[in-house]
Design a protein around this ligand. Structure first.
Ligand code: NAP
Length: 460
């Protein structure tokens, strides 16, 4: 660092602080207690990173940078305001923008440097544009599927995996040729264009149910392409930030796949979600027991232990504050109330934790799936609020079920089960839930927020 001019030294120090803040941000975000601090550290790190870059003496004109900053702000602010249930597709869009930017930089750098591109540089440039391009179109497809502007169901055809892998292999072979002959500029558009097509084809056969996992995998690719860009631009900050992004995205994908009992190859090539078993017709004719808010309140008030199982329906209904009121009302009556958290309840990891924390439910009352499952058999009432797939016992018992093997919350082992949902409609996996037909199960039909509100009134 001593060889750098003074201005460059300042920039390097700013980058060092920003890198440290990114690492701390990830560490702090891994616990709800420190998560807010983590977000702040990430934000400050990013402001420092941008500020440090703007100090670069190589910049002769700030006009285009200013235009880009204004444009980015105009797009970024509404993106930051979306409803929490739309965060997965919002995240996918962010990856698409990031990957698009990485690809454009890679294209510019290639044409600035060709024909004298050293082999290492050409290797990282190729990695940058290949990963950047496929992440760009793949993320757009994923966002479209999640927003339901594109069909959620997997589109498959015979030999699909072969076609996809061949395309990727061709792009990699062309990149290898370019590494050896960087003057073959005519080939370069192909290592951008083919991955663009590959990104679309890669996501087409994947069903909506697997999209959040795919997004976190694309997050990882976006990070790796940014790290490659760091080598191209000789920016240690980008290498560190890209590597952090790449590895954390990958770890998240692994956690999500495990929670859904899926392997990566199964997600990428298995066309999960195709199995939209229409058990609803059958479900409508099978008898279920239902109860009113008054009856539910009486059962809850008589219980010693209650475990609340929140799911996507609670998020959609924005019922978390009413759930807090229910928690208060029952706790006042001496009932022990805890919350069972499934790792993929809702539509993104940590979805339930965030909502319940927003409603100020004490964090020590939130119990992870592995810890609470053994306790359902000693629980008087399991109160399921808008959760479905994560409570489906078919995952344990029915080897023909598409969710067979997925770890679930064992609510069916509680003495009484009460389920708040609006109808007998299936959840995200599109399959029927045998839990609803058990003798011990009472269906509480209605919107989560208004039903919980009614129970709270009965308890008052
Ligand atoms: P779910 O299986 O999707 O079921 C949600 C239930 O909520 C539905 O059955 C729906 O039934 C009910 N509901 C909807 N709106 C409601 C309202 N206003 N009031 C009351 N109920 C309402 O949800 P989950 O049990 O939370 O499971 C999550 C699913 O998402 C799993 O299949 C998981 O694999 C998948 N997934 C999650 C993640 C993640 O990171 N969290 C990632 C990928 C995939 P009605 O229509 O009858 O009301």
């Amino acid at each position: 660092m001593t060889n750098f001019p003074a201005n460059e030294q300042v920039i390097q120090i700013i980058y060092l602080v920003a890198s440290a803040l990114f690492i701390l941000a990830l560490k702090w975000m891994s616990s709800p207690v420190t998560a807010q601090r983590g977000v702040l550290a990430g934000e400050v790190g990013m402001v420092l990173a941008i500020g440090g870059t703007l100090l670069n003496q190589g910049i002769t004109d700030y006009k285009w940078i200013a235009i880009a900053l204004v444009l980015g702000t105009i797009i970024g602010i509404p993106l930051g305001l979306v409803h929490m249930t739309a965060v997965p597709q919002r995240t996918a869009l962010s990856h698409a923008f990031g990957a698009f930017c990485v690809t454009l930089v890679g294209i510019a750098e290639f044409y600035l440097r060709t024909p004298n591109v050293p082999r290492f540089m050409m290797t990282v440039l190729s990695l940058e544009v290949i990963l950047g391009s496929l992440t760009f179109t793949g993320s757009l497809m994923a966002a479209g599927k999640l927003q339901e502007v594109l069909p959620q169901r997997p589109l498959t055809y015979k030999g699909q995996n072969l076609v996809n892998l061949t395309l990727l292999a061709v792009a990699i072979m062309l990149a290898a040729y370019l590494v050896l002959h960087p003057g073959a500029t005519l080939l370069f558009p192909f290592i951008v264009g083919i991955p663009l097509v590959f990104g679309v084809l890669m996501v087409i056969p994947i069903g909506g149910a697997d999209m959040p996992t795919v997004i976190s995998l694309l997050n990882s690719y976006a990070g790796l392409s940014a790290a490659a860009m760091g080598f191209v631009l000789d920016s240690k900050l980008l290498i560190i930030a890209g590597a952090l992004d790449g590895s954390s995205g990958f770890i998240l994908s692994v956690i999500m796949s495990k929670a859904m009992n899926r392997s990566f190859t199964n997600i990428l090539f298995g066309a999960f979600g195709k199995v939209q078993i229409s058990a609803t017709n059958e479900a409508e004719v099978k008898p279920v027991r239902s109860a009113t808010a008054e009856e539910a309140a009486a059962i809850l008030a008589a219980a010693n232990t209650v475990v609340v199982v929140p799911g996507y329906g609670m998020a959609i209904a924005q019922a978390q504050h009413k759930v807090r009121e229910l928690y208060d009302a029952l706790t006042r009556r001496g009932v022990d109330v805890r919350f069972a958290i499934h790792p993929v309840a809702g539509r993104m990891p940590g979805h339930m934790n965030v909502l319940l924390a927003e409603a100020n439910i004490p964090y020590e009352r939130l119990i992870e799936m592995d810890d609470i499952n053994a306790e359902f058999s000693q629980t008087d009432v399991a109160l399921v609020i808008g959760a479905n797939d994560v409570t489906n016992p078919a995952a344990r018992t029915d080897s023909g079920s598409p969710i067979y093997g997925m770890p679930i919350l064992d609510v069916d082992k509680a003495r009484t089960v009460m389920v708040i949902k609006r109808s007998m409609s299936p959840g995200f996996a599109g399959i029927d839930n045998p839990l609803y037909y058990l003798d011990k199960t009472l269906m509480l039909f209605g919107d989560a927020k208004s039903f919980v509100n009614d129970i709270v009134h009965e308890l008052a």
